[in-house]
Design a protein around this ligand. Sequence first.
Ligand code: GDP
Length: 327
Amino acid sequence: PPPNDENARPRILLMGLRRSGKSSISKVVFQKMSPNETLFLETSNKIVKENIRNSAFVDFELWDLPGQTDFFDPNSDADIMFGLRGSLIFVIDAQDDYIEALNKLHSTVTKAYKINPNIKFEVFIHKIDGLTEDNKIETQRDIHQRAMDDLSDSGFDQLQLNFHLTSIYDHSIFEAFSKVVQRLMIYLPFIENLLNLLITNSAIEKAFLFDVVSKMYIATDSTPVDMQSYELCCDMIDVVIDISWIYGVKDDNASSAYDDYSSSVIKLNNGTVLFLREVGHYLAVVCILREENFDRRGIITYNVLCFRNAIQQLFELMNKKSNPEIK
Ligand code: GDP
């Protein structure tokens, strides 16, 4: 495909010094490895490429690039590697001295930018589980300041970096990866609009569209996201999948009882209701609402169905765009 073709499958590059946590991130988010197991990961000297095809919106190539290699030397195919539509995630170990990492960040993003100014640059200030609250803010401020100063000193003011505080020991890595994927989605504003319509017409507090396999959220309405609501919805997905596995009746050819018709309601003892409905293959909308508003359950179910139809129509449009008919 031509460079930056908006219909091309995006590529996400994971870069950073060795031991910064790149392989751990990829294993925890996409292979469900538990964070403690990453302690024993061996450092690899090769590029590890993975095809992530979870659902219609989480569909990209993930490349884990070893920290010690220079991908811009004349012998490597930097033009090919950085030429496609995608993101470059640079991982910085916040528990370590990060001066060397900042130098590497600077040389990496400026070289990649020269090859392809449309790459989305994301910086993960990683392993923040080891930092106190004050320290987190101070570290983020310091890294942000130094990185931006370096860029403006060398005339790259227009190069935009997005910063995220991450750790594999909590939901922050999933949240950050959600944002990275969202930034690559062409139809994001459209889906956000649909979610806004859904919540206002159904008296819902918050709605997320989830990639069920990775538990990243692909979109949400425009009200602010708080980490607790996001975690609550992630937990609900776990519960629904577990219950489906144990008690669900599956079709002969289905791999699990969790399918396109799955839906679930969980009432919490604080007057909140969680409502989940599958809206596409491994895509679910999860809503948080107040119990008294759930009295109008019929309306909510109907509105979610309308949302589902709109998403299905979007799939058809996406299919047409990637397989255009010859007239
Ligand atoms: P890579 O060389 O960049 O691929 O780094 P690895 O993924 O091999 O990770 C190096 C070490 O960092 C491992 O021992 C991981 O367990 C550890 N690590 C990765 N992510 C985190 C994190 O979020 N917090 C903490 N405390 N350790 C982490």
